[in-house]
Design a protein around this ligand. Sequence first.
Ligand SMILES: Cc1cc2nc3c(=O)[nH]c(=O)nc-3n(C[C@H](O)[C@H](O)[C@H](O)COP(=O)(O)OP(=O)(O)OC[C@H]3O[C@@H](n4cnc5c(N)ncnc54)[C@H](O)[C@@H]3O)c2cc1C
Length: 422
Amino acid sequence: VDAVETVIIGGGQAGLALSRCLADRGAEHVVLERGRVAERWRSERWDSFSLLTPNWQTRLPGHRYTGADPEGFMGRDDVVRLLERYAAGLPRSLRTGVAVERVEALDPGLPTGWRVSTDRGVLRARNVVVATGDQQTPRVPRLAATAPDGIVQVHSSRYRNPGQLPDGSVLVVGAGPSGQQIADELAAAGRRVLLAVGRHRWLPRTIGGIDVAEWQERLGARRRTVEELDDPAAARARPFPVLSGRHARLHLGTLVRRGVEPLGRLLAISDGTAHLGGNLHADAAAADESAQRFRRRVIAHAAAAGLAVQHEDPEPPTPPLPHLPRRLDLAAEGVSAVVWATGFRRSYPYLQAPVLDAEGEPVHRRGITSAPGLAFLGLRWQRTAVSHAIDGVGADADELAERLTAQGSNWTARGWAAPALI
Ligand SMILES: Cc1cc2nc3c(=O)[nH]c(=O)nc-3n(C[C@H](O)[C@H](O)[C@H](O)COP(=O)(O)OP(=O)(O)OC[C@H]3O[C@@H](n4cnc5c(N)ncnc54)[C@H](O)[C@@H]3O)c2cc1C
């Protein structure tokens, strides 16, 4: 059995960023990735996918965007190339094609290290960092099982392009960033699209000619830490804002203008009939209000900084939403496919350590768990609002690398106290 100081599970941006930070400190480690570098970007994003964060926000430890289009948005393959190049700069720490199957304490009575079993052999490690992504396992509601047999069903992580779906109407379930982008693409391709809408929010791509990412930076939204929040659990559960990865606005209004037919929340399917909630108008109004709230914050900030930003939103408002059916006969509407844009959850089936709560979510403080040497990286609001994102994980990785290398053999005893399990 080989021994290594730190095993990092996952070769996405989080695992690679931590590898960079450990290498800079001369700390021994290995990154185990079951697929290829950036596997999630390669195999779980649609063909036309582009980042919602601009190019200048693809900063990672030791990497800055230096291309010609800092305000542009990388496509899926650009992100893969970026992470491949980044991984190539790491000092031989990466092992691809190695799946971690079990992580357990070497001695459960005296947890001084971990046994990491993989499909390629076993490692002993003092530290294990789980960097397998915040948006990990497709979350598909149980009612999917009740959809009529002839309907093709695909989760957003398996959706590639309109041509993949059979002819006919498409029901997209979920109006978050993925659902709205996919609905937009399907409608642009001439498909009839029905969109089941729940609680969501959106942000204007630009305000006063300045990109929303720049405003978030100026407003200090990225510097706020989890300790400053009144309710971190609520922040983690908040819908991700809908944005377009182009220089354009995306929200229900733009979709309706494109011909997408919004519906209420999908509640149940029985005997080929979809049952829908009456929530659409309230949820659309709440989403519009959250966009306007953000706009007002920007205007106030700009005014304080002596910048003039037009008070009136120059883009057309959301057109009135249609009167809604509460029941929809899927066959009569010609629905041939359902795209579940219903998000992701986390799952750690290989983790034999008491660090998960009743819902299977990691219990941690800034990634550090109560199990000595076991940490997470890349979780939503792990430390800041951008901990799960490309531009945010670097600072967290740096902090974690500092912890891992500044420790004695009992490093959770230093600095933050380990959180109690709930
Ligand atoms: C649709 C979508 C759009 C997004 N858009 C943006 C955006 O515009 N900008 C932005 O900054 N962020 C965006 N994100 C958020 C975030 O950047 C991505 O989720 C990103 O993939 C997270 O990187 P990560 O390294 O934390 O995890 P991942 O990329 O998920 O990497 C984890 C790796 O772990 C590997 N792995 C899992 N289990 C095991 C195991 N048992 N053994 C070995 N390896 C394992 C996986 O193969 C994977 O490669 C988006 C996310 C989604 C879902």
